[in-house]
Write a protein that binds this ligand. Structure first.
Ligand code: HDD
Length: 699
C-alpha cells in the first residue's frame, strides 16, 4: 500500500472546512476572491467536509448514514434531462427587440405598435439533426427561435434560417425526423443528412425538393450564427382593432450580412472546434460586439394571396420579395450571454402556440400540427406542467389563472378561490376585453377528409426559382453538395430517384449531379402532378449577392514567429481592428514570439491548435529563418493551404514566401503584400470566389 500519511479524519477535515469558509490557505481551495458563502446541503445544512465520505474507520466501509454523500450523488445522478428530439444542439443569448416602425394599422399587438418600445428577448439557435453534444458546423438547417417577453405575454417566433420546410403536413414530421437522425440499427451517422434513410425518404417526398435546394446550398453551412437570416416560415395573421386581418410573414436580417463557410472548411471546423458557433457567439457578446438583426414583415391580403401562383398556406413555398416587398419594422440586439447554460439555454421551452393578442395563426397544416407538438414535448422534456414557472420560461408581465398544483409547483397561490365563476375573492383573476381573440375566419367549402389541397401540388416551381436565382458559385456548391450527399448513399436506386427529381428543377443541375455520381444515363424524372412554371429569378435568395463586403464582426489571424517584423504586425493588426475585425495572434508556441524589435508578443493561439479555418482572413508575417523552418512544419503548411483553399485573403511578407510556396498558394487578387494593409482590408472583406474553379472540381 502506498504511504498516504496521516489519514484525514472527519474531525481534522471539519477544522479545515471551517478554515476554507474563511478562505484561509487550504491546499485544495485557492480563494477566488470575495466572500465565499458556506457550502450547504439542499436543506441548508452547512457542510464541513466536501472531500471525504463518512467511513466507519479510515480504511473501512462507507456509511449509509452519510446524507451529504447521498444527497450529492443522487442529485448528480439526475442532472440530465431528455434532450430535445430535434434541435438538441443549441446556443442562446438574451437581448431586446425594438420597434422602429409602427404596424398600428394592422395589429393591436403592442410590441408591434409602440415605436421605441424595447421588449426583452431570449433567442436560441440550433442545428436540427445532431444530439446535444454534436458539432456546430454540419450541413443542416439552423433553428432560430425567439421568445419575446411582451407586456401582453410571451410570443414565441420559432423559425429557421430557411424560409420553407421539407413537408406540408405535420403528420409527416416524425417520418422526416426519423429518416434524418442516425439510422436506428447502427446508431450513425450523427448530425448528418448524408445517408440512405434521409435520401430514401426525400426521394419519395417530392414536396421536399424546394427545401432540399436550400439545405444543399451554403445557407446550411453558415460561418457564424451572427450571419444567418431567420424566418417565421408560415403565414401568420395580424389582427387590427376592428378584427380585420392581414397576412404576414416574419423575417430576420443579420446586420453583418449573410456569410457561409465552404464545405471543406465546415468539415475541418468540426474537428478544429466542435463548438465553433457557440464560441463565436459567446466571444462576440463578451467583447461587446453585439449581434443584431433587422426585423422585417411581408404583408399581404387574402385577395393578393389568391393571385399568387402558389398557395401561401403551403410551408414549402416562400413569397418572393419581388412579389411582396419586405418592410423593416424593428431590430433585435443580443447583448447578454446566459448566466447558466442548463437553467436557461437547456430549459427554455419554445412553443409556436405562444402568441399575443393582435397576432393569429393561419391554416397552414404544418403550423397547426406544431401548435400541439411543442407543449406536449416540454411535458416529457421538462417533466411537469409547471415548466412555465422556470424563470427563463415565465412571462415577465403579471400572469394569473386558476390552474393549480402539479409536479414542481413553486408558486404559493393565496385564498379560497381556485375556480371561476366565483364571488368570494376580490382579487381572483377574470377574463378581460383586452384578451386574445382568434380571427373570425369564415369556413371554407368542402368535405371533411384526410386530403391535401390541390393548390399544394406544385413541388418543383419554387425549387427551380431558388436554383435559378443563385450566382454561378452558389449553383456549383448546390451541385457539389448533392454529389457529396448522394455519394454517401449506398443504395443506387435512391441516388437515381433523387437525380430524377432534379430534372424537373433544372436540366443542367441534374446532368451535373448525374456526372458527379458517375451515372451512365440520366434517370427518368418521376411524374409531376403539376407542370413546373418559371418564375422571375429572385436575387434576394442568394447569399453571395447579399453578402456585405466588410470585416465588421469577422476575425483575422496573424501568424508570427521569433523575428517577425513588429511594425508590419502592428500595422496589420490596427488596420483590421479599425475595420471591426477581432484579431488573434497565432504562433508556434503559446507563450508567443520575440518579434524583430526584441519585444515578446503574446499568442492568442498555438499554431496546431488554432488552424486558419477559425479565421475569415489571415496574414503571415515571418522572418526569413522562420519562413524556411515553418515550410517544413505540417501545421503551418496546412494553415496557409487551407486559408487559400477556403478562398480567404492572405497577406504575406518576404519571409513568408517559402511557407506560401509549400502550401501551394498561387498569387491572385486575394494574396497581397503584408505591407499594404489597405489592399489586405479590401481583399479580406470578401471571399475570393474567382479562385475556386482553379482549386476544386465543382460538380
Ligand atoms: Fe419544430 C423544436 C423550428 C416543424 C416539433 N422546432 C424546434 C426548434 C425550432 C423548430 C427552432 C428548437 C426550439 C428551441 O430552441 O428550443 N420546427 C421548426 C420549424 C418548423 C418546425 C421552423 C417548420 C416550419 N417542429 C415542426 C413540426 C413539428 C415540430 C411539424 C411536429 C409536428 N420542434 C418540434 C418539437 C421540438 C421542436 C418536437 C423539439 C424540442 C422542442 O420542440 O422544444 O416539439
Amino acid at each position: 500500500m502506498a504511504k498516504t500519511g496521516t489519514p484525514r479524519t472527519s474531525a481534522s477535515s471539519s477544522r479545515r472546512g471551517a478554515a476554507d469558509r474563511r478562505g484561509q490557505g487550504d491546499e485544495l481551495h485557492q480563494p477566488a476572491g470575495g466572500r465565499h458563502p458556506p457550502l450547504t446541503t439542499n436543506q441548508g445544512i452547512p457542510v464541513a467536509d466536501n472531500q471525504n465520505s463518512l467511513r466507519a474507520t479510515p480504511r473501512g466501509p462507507t456509511l449509509l448514514e452519510d446524507f451529504v454523500l447521498r444527497e450529492k450523488i443522487t442529485h448528480f445522478d439526475h442532472e440530465r434531462i431528455p434532450e430535445r428530439i430535434v434541435h438538441a444542439r443549441g446556443s442562446a443569448a438574451h437581448g431586446y427587440f425594438e420597434l422602429t416602425k409602427s404596424l398600428r394599422k394592422y395589429t393591436t399587438a403592442k410590441l408591434l405598435t409602440e415605436v421605441g418600445e424595447k421588449t426583452p428577448v431570449f433567442v436560441r439557435f440550433s442545428t436540427v439533426a445532431g444530439g446535444a453534444g454534436s458539432i456546430d458546423t454540419p450541413r443542416d438547417v439552423r433553428g432560430f427561435a425567439v421568445k419575446f417577453y411582451t407586456k401582453e405575454g410571451n410570443w414565441d417566433l420559432v423559425g429557421n434560417n430557411i424560409p420553407v420546410f421539407f413537408i406540408q403536413d405535420a403528420i409527416k414530421f416524425p417520418d422526416l425526423v426519423h429518416a434524418v437522425k442516425m439510422e436506428p440499427d447502427r446508431g450513425f451517422p450523427q448530425a448528418a443528412s448524408a445517408h440512405d434513410t434521409f435520401w430514401d425518404f426525400i426521394s419519395l417526398t417530392p414536396e421536399a425538393m424546394h427545401m432540399i435546394m436550400w439545405a444543399m446550398s451554403d445557407r446550411a453551412i453558415p460561418r457564424s450564427l451572427r450571419m444567418i437570416e431567420g424566418f417565421g416560415i408560415h403565414s401568420f395573421r395580424l389582427l387590427d382593432a376592428k378584427g380585420g386581418s392581414t397576412f404576414v410573414k416574419f423575417h430576420w436580417r443579420p446586420k453583418l450580412g449573410l456569410q457561409s463557410t465552404v464545405w471543406d472548411e465546415a468539415v475541418k471546423l468540426a474537428g478544429a472546434d466542435p463548438d465553433f458557433h457557440r464560441r463565436d457567439l459567446f466571444e462576440a457578446i463578451q467583447r461587446g460586439d453585439y449581434p443584431e438583426w433587422e426585423f422585417g414583415v411581408q404583408l399581404f391580403t387574402e385577395e393578393q394571396a389568391a393571385k399568387f401562383p402558389f398557395d401561401h398556406l403551403d410551408p414549402t413555398k416562400l413569397i418572393p420579395e419581388e412579389l411582396v416587398p419586405l418592410q423593416i419594422v424593428g431590430r433585435m440586439v443580443l447583448d447578454r450571454w446566459p448566466d447558466n447554460f442548463f437553467a436557461e439555454t437547456e430549459q427554455v421551452a419554445f412553443c409556436p402556440a405562444n402568441i399575443v393578442p393582435g397576432i393569429d395563426f393561419s391554416n397552414d397544416p404544418l403550423l397547426q400540427g406544431r401548435l400541439f407538438s411543442y407543449l406536449d414535448t416540454q411535458l416529457s422534456r421538462l417533466g411537469s406542467p409547471n415548466f412555465h414557472q422556470i424563470p427563463i420560461n415565465a412571462p415577465k408581465c403579471p400572469f394569473a389563472n386558476l390552474q393549480r398544483d402539479g409536479h414542481m409547483q413553486v408558486h404559493v397561490p393565496k385564498g379560497r378561490v381556485n375556480y371561476e365563476p366565483s364571488s368570494l375573492q376580490a382579487d381572483s383573476p377574470r377574463e378581460t376585453a383586452e384578451g386574445f381573440r382568434s380571427y373570425a375566419q369564415p369556413a371554407d367549402e368542402g368535405a371533411k377528409g384526410r386530403v391535401r389541397a390541390e393548390s399544394f401540388a406544385d413541388h418543383y416551381s419554387q425549387a427551380r426559382l431558388f436554383y435559378r436565382s443563385q450566382s454561378a458559385p452558389e449553383q456549383a456548391h448546390i451541385a457539389s453538395a448533392l454529389v457529396f450527399e448522394l455519394s454517401k448513399v449506398e443504395t443506387p436506386h435512391v441516388r437515381e430517384a433523387v437525380v430524377g427529381h432534379l430534372r424537373h428543377i433544372d436540366g443542367d443541375l441534374a446532368r451535373r449531379v448525374a456526372a458527379g455520381l458517375g451515372l451512365d444515363a440520366l434517370p427518368p424524372a418521376p411524374p409531376a402532378a403539376v407542370k413546373p412554371i418559371d418564375m422571375p429569378p429572385s436575387p434576394a435568395l442568394q447569399i453571395i449577392g447579399k453578402a456585405k463586403p466588410t470585416l465588421q464582426g469577422r476575425s483575422v489571424g496573424i501568424l508570427v514567429d521569433d523575428g517577425s517584423d513588429a511594425a508590419t504586425v502592428r500595422a496589420l493588426r490596427k488596420a483590421a481592428e479599425d475595420a471591426g475585425a477581432a484579431v488573434k495572434i497565432v504562433a508556434p508556441r503559446v507563450g508567443g514570439a520575440k518579434l524583430g524589435d526584441g519585444r515578446k508578443l503574446a499568442a492568442d493561439g498555438q499554431l496546431a491548435g488554432t488552424p486558419s479555418v477559425v479565421f475569415d482572413a489571415v496574414a503571415v508575417v515571418l522572418s526569413a529563418a522562420a519562413g524556411k523552418a515553418l515550410a517544413k512544419e505540417a501545421a503551418a503548411v496546412d494553415w496557409v493551404r487551407d486559408a487559400y483553399g477556403h478562398l480567404k485573403a492572405i497577406a504575406f511578407d518576404e519571409g513568408a514566401q517559402p511557407l506560401l510556396q509549400a502550401g501551394g498558394v498561387a498569387k491572385d487578387a486575394g494574396v497581397v503584400k503584408a505591407a499594404d494593409a489597405r489592399a489586405f482590408l479590401k481583399a479580406a472583406a470578401t471571399r475570393q470566389w474567382d479562385r475556386e474553379p482553379r482549386l476544386r472540381t465543382l460538380a
